[in-house]
Design a protein around this ligand. Structure first.
Ligand SMILES: *Cc1c(COP(=O)(O)O)cnc(C)c1O
Length: 222
């Protein structure tokens, strides 16, 4: 068994029931992605449209595709075409474009709202206190459906340092869930990467996005 196969199988066995593995495949070779798929990873998370397109041509809907990168306005068309979920919606402007594009193609797009839980100025995502307002706005649209929240949190060495950001995002998630906003289903909480996924699961994550622990370290700068 190759290392990727072993890693996927080990992680799938380790994850508690109800926690979904998204394999973060940015900058990986197609052969590596295929290996993860064959080992049982059913959902691929992509940051880059171009890469996703290439991989999609071969893999198609044998996998589900989640967009986990920063979505640019001029890429919405392609994103709506390729992806089964967009995890990184953080403005009414981008949501409007997704909704319009879905209207044209007859698709309904489930999305997560990205929360900038670390309040880092250079990072995308809405501030925790602004998430509810954005959810209410998107709830008015026809073809885009809020299905939960996603957060990255600041990069940390010690996974414990991530905990407060996950706790805060969970609080926002529960608050919005308790509001029972029509057309909004707070089902998914996407938190945790290689370094922090165990802590994220303890704090309520039911989607974890894992790259390096499956595929090995990424080349620097990627
Ligand atoms: C790259 C990436 C991941 C996975 O990171 P690893 O540390 O390699 O597990 C998760 N989420 C997002 C948004 C990413 O860009």
């Amino acid at each position: 068994m190759s290392q990727i196969t072993k890693n996927v199988k080990r992680i799938l066995a380790e994850l508690p029931e109800g926690v979904l593995l998204v394999a973060a495949v940015k900058s990986r070779l197609l052969a590596e992605i295929l290996e993860a798929l064959e080992a049982g990873a059913k959902v691929m998370g992509e940051n880059y449209l171009q890469e996703a397109e290439t991989a999609y041509e071969v893999i198609g809907n044998r996998a589900q595709w989640h967009f986990i990168g920063h979505l640019q306005k001029n890429k919405v068309k392609k994103a709506v075409q390729l992806f089964d979920m967009i995890e990184t919606v953080d403005s009414a402007a981008i949501a409007t474009l997704i909704d319009k594009r879905c209207e044209q193609t007859g698709k309904v797009m489930p999305v997560l709202i990205e929360v900038n839980s670390g309040r880092e100025p250079q990072k995308s995502g809405v501030l925790p206190e602004d998430a509810e307002r954005l959810v209410r706005q998107i709830a008015e649209y026809n073809k885009i459906r809020v299905r939960g929240l996603m957060t990255m949190g600041p990069a940390t060495g010690d996974p414990e340092d991530s905990r407060p950001y996950f706790v805060e995002t969970r609080k926002v998630f529960e608050k919005i869930k308790s509001l029972d906003i029509p057309e909004v289903e707070m089902k998914y909480l996407s938190m945790g990467m290689t370094n922090s996924y165990r802590v994220a699961i303890e704090e309520g994550a039911n989607i974890v996005r894992l790259g390096s622990i499956i595929f090995g370290d990424r080349p620097p700068g990627k």
